[in-house]
Design a protein around this ligand. Structure first.
Ligand code: DQA
Length: 148
């Protein structure tokens, strides 16, 4: 199936940004490894990152026309603010898994609320870059059971 990984603001800085919180792997490394793993599972993974809310909304809207079957999404700080991105995901009605590298529940109180968790197919927090692989496997399982 066609899959899409979307990363929101500041995740382009992975590797150098607060490494104690977010780890030392760059986004390019994470994306490449995930693309390879998706291909091994029989999927095609496209990757997109933006610091701009409207571009993230545009990318989600575009996904419908591309026949994307499932989205893996780390909205970054927009997790806690973006009704627009939430509405985009509801609008295209593509199932998605929400990923956070850090344990958002163990940090500032404002990170505990997400505009996405109640409409996500699943949520993975606090597992570092492994969280993206777990989300990929969850998407794979979901698509496999839908096809059965
Ligand atoms: C994050 C958690 C958010 O609270 C934060 O704003 C981020 C990254 C994470 O992956 O842990 O930018 O989504």
């Amino acid at each position: 199936s066609q899959l899409l990984l979307i990363n929101g603001p500041n995740l382009n800085l992975l590797g150098s940004r607060e490494p104690a919180v977010y780890g030392s792997r760059t986004l390019a490394e994470i994306e490449q490894a995930l693309r390879d793993e998706a291909r091994a599972l029989g999927h095609e993974l496209a990757c997109f990152q933006s610091n701009h809310e409207g571009l993230l909304v545009d990318r989600v809207q575009q996904a419908r026309g591309e026949g994307v079957a499932c989205i893996l999404l780390n909205p970054g700080a927009y997790t806690h603010t973006s009704i627009a991105l939430r509405d985009a995901l509801l609008g295209v009605a593509i199932p998605f898994f929400e990923v956070h590298l850090s344990n958002v529940h163990a940090r500032e109180a404002f990170r505990r609320h997400s505009y996405f968790s109640d409409i996500a197919a699943g949520v993975i927090v606090g597992c570092g870059p492994l969280g993206y692989r777990l989300a990929l496997l969850a998407a794979h399982e979901r698509l496999a059971s839908a096809a059965r």
